[in-house]
Design a protein around this ligand. Structure first.
Ligand SMILES: Nc1ncnc2c1ncn2[C@@H]1O[C@H](COP(=O)(O)OP(=O)(O)OP(=O)(O)O)[C@@H](O)[C@H]1O
Length: 243
């Protein structure tokens, strides 16, 4: 059963058609890749789901509810959380404080009411940074900063996690470890959509991939169908240095 339905979504920025009539569905418990070369509209789709951007046309349904016109905090409270490409920890707060902030009631994040120390430990443990709760963000290596961003998203207790380029800047060992972490999230009932412009390693992790190119949906299919599709190969050949 599909938990997320993107139905004919179009997003224009003035004269620029960033996303053009894109539709796809994500089933509960799936890990879906949303892939495509740079500038193909992947992050814009995430921003539309999170209501960071209003859609120009089309609708977005989560768990059977039309969330197209919901405000961002309502989308989060309904069970969707996004980890963006950029890390933005509050530098004056330790790791634990950064995670706790996302459990506090305000207009942007969860109405959870503030997590206990045990709960914060648990969110951190799910991404293997539970021994770094007292450290300041500027003391952490890049991969741990990215894990902190994921822990912040976990603190809103999402059913659906949207990950934008989660492996960027990581070495192969860190990528393998993080991919295993996402598998564990799925085993615990989470649904995941991962944006990546690089098909390589992602294809071993995802059940299905949706391919965007210049704002259009090119195709969707299993990792094998996607990697063998001539249209996908052509789209990536145009930006071969990034594929
Ligand atoms: N806020 C904005 N205002 C104007 N144009 C935008 C805005 N956000 C994105 N765009 C444009 O929309 C198009 C799609 O951008 P988007 O960031 O969604 O692509 P992407 O596939 O996520 O690329 P990348 O892999 O580089 O992150 C690009 O042409 C981009 O310049």
């Amino acid at each position: 059963m599909s938990v997320l339905e993107i139905d004919s979504v179009t997003k224009r920025f003035g004269g620029l058609l960033a996303v053009n009539d894109v539709s796809f569905e994500v089933d509960r418990g799936e890990i879906v890749g949303l892939i495509g070369p740079n500038g193909s509209g992947k992050s814009t789709v995430f921003n539309c789901i999170m209501s960071i951007y209003d859609v120009t046309e089309g609708s977005i349904t989560f768990d059977g509810t039309d969330i197209t016109d919901h405000r961002t905090h309502e989308v989060v409270n309904s069970g969707v959380s996004r980890v963006s490409q950029e890390s933005n920890p509050i530098e004056s707060m330790p790791v634990g404080g950064n995670i706790q902030l996302f459990t506090l009631p305000n207009s942007i994040v969860s109405f959870g009411g503030g997590a206990s120390d045990a709960e914060i430990y648990e969110y951190a443990a799910r991404v293997d940074i539970e021994d770094k709760l007292e450290e300041m963000p500027d003391e952490l290596p890049h991969a741990d900063i990215r894990r902190l961003e994921i822990a912040k998203a976990l603190a809103t207790e999402p059913e659906l996690l949207l990950l934008d380029e989660p492996f960027a800047g990581m070495n192969q060992a860190e990528i393998t470890e993080l991919a295993a972490t996402f598998e564990r999230f799925r085993e615990n009932g989470m649904t995941i959509v991962i944006v990546d412009h690089n098909m390589g390693g992602l294809m071993e992790l995802v059940d299905r991939a949706v391919v965007l190119n210049n704002g259009d949906k090119l195709m969707e299919g299993t990792p094998t169908q996607v990697t063998e599709d001539p249209r996908v190969q052509k789209a990536y050949l145009g930006t071969a240095e990034e594929a």
